[in-house]
Design a protein around this ligand. Structure first.
Ligand code: COI
Length: 355
């Protein structure tokens, strides 16, 4: 159990207009901070006014990228309850990332306590307009001022909060995705399944290319064969092919998404066949040509359920479901957001109240 010190912000900020909320541009009044030293473990957990931090220019995070982050959301239910969605999954994934990046583990109960405490302090910042929520960004950075390449002995864990609207300007309208055949994101044995900045840095060159061609994101192919579907820049990818839900299996280079897992659980519960397997891009192209590819959507905390209306691979442009959101995608979106907002009862343990 953490003994969290709270220092209230004497100059609370202006809440953003919910009608014009974008993603990740506005931050709340407070942040959670906790430090680590090898001899002391995690210490001095505190909630303090949101403000810039000071770091030594030699801090290892700046040079070798030893850092991790997570993404979660808090929602305000119609009855005023503040709800987190499956925080245990994010916390477990965070500690898997920590293990891969040689960052110390954070005890699960302390992580959850910190999340709840900072969300509670800034609960008035949770927007309630449809499609909005409070995005939670926990992260840990290596702070040793040292240029040798080895794990740091000191770290800073922080949790910042951002009232957000849709990740894509398209909202729930289908996005266009470019299948990348030049760069790769990750390989098995690398850091692809960890949630760490390096994966996103590696994605930027492709993202810029896709942007210039009028596409929202890239869909990655595997780094070895360059032909198996992996994931999209900011979300996992799911297809409906001939009535079956098909998604790349977690092979070690794909992020194990919490929304991905939730969607697959719901589909299985509804009796829809689900396959987690290798998907050859040529199989996808053939399914699109024959009409067997009925729906495609991305899943992610930020992206929620994001229908894909168009895929481009080399010179072939494939329209999916006439560029419109599919029936199953809509049902999944309604169910996931219904559970997140406390309107629908989800499976045991999916909704966790911040009291
Ligand atoms: C999330 O969905 O929470 C993520 O961290 C993805 C990020 C690119 C916004």
């Amino acid at each position: 159990m953490l003994n969290i010190r709270i220092e209230k912000n004497p100059n609370p900020g202006q809440k953003p207009d919910p009608d014009t909320l974008s993603f990740g541009a506005v931050f709340t009044d407070h942040m959670f901070v906790m430090d680590y030293e090898t001899e002391k473990g995690w210490y001095d957990p505190r909630i303090v006014p949101y403000a810039p931090i000071s770091l030594d220019p030699a801090a290892m995070v700046f040079h070798y990228g030893q850092e991790m982050f997570e993404g979660m959301k808090a929602y305000k239910a119609a009855d005023g309850r503040v709800l987190l969605f499956r925080p245990d999954k994010n916390i477990a994934r965070a500690n898997n990332t920590n293990k891969r990046l040689c960052i110390p583990q954070v005890p699960e109960e302390d992580f959850l306590q910190a999340l709840k405490a900072v969300v509670k302090v800034d609960e008035d910042w949770i927007p309630t307009k449809e499609g909005t929520s409070l995005y939670i960004r926990p992260f840990i950075i290596a702070t040793d001022p040292h240029l040798g390449v080895h794990p740091s002995n000191t770290y800073k864990m922080m949790i910042i909060l951002s009232p957000v609207g849709a990740y894509y300007p398209e909202g729930i309208n289908p996005v266009k995705i470019w299948i990348e055949d030049e760069y790769v994101r990750a390989v098995r044995g690398g850091i692809g399944e960890a949630k760490t900045g390096g994966n996103y840095a590696a994605s930027l060159a492709s993202q810029v290319k896709a942007d210039a061609a009028g596409y929202s994101q890239v869909l990655w192919l595997d780094g070895v064969h360059r032909k198996y579907i992996e994931e999209v820049g900011s979300m996992n990818i799911v297809f409906k092919i001939n009535g079956t839900i098909v998604t790349p299996k977690l092979n070690g280079s794909i992020l194990p998404g919490v929304t991905r897992d939730s969607v697959l659980s719901l589909c299985r519960e509804w009796g829809i066949p689900v396959e987690e397997r290798l998907i050859d891009v040529e199989e996808l192209v053939a399914a699109a040509r024959s009409g067997a590819l009925e729906e495609a959507f991305g899943t992610g905390t930020a992206a929620v359920i994001s229908p894909v209306g168009e895929l481009r691979y080399e010179d072939e442009v494939m329209q999916i479901n006439g560029g419109k959101i599919g029936e199953l995608s809509q049902k999944i979106y309604d169910t996931i957001t219904g559970i997140q907002l406390g309107k629908l009862q989800g499976p045991e343990g999916w909704s966790v109240e911040v009291e």
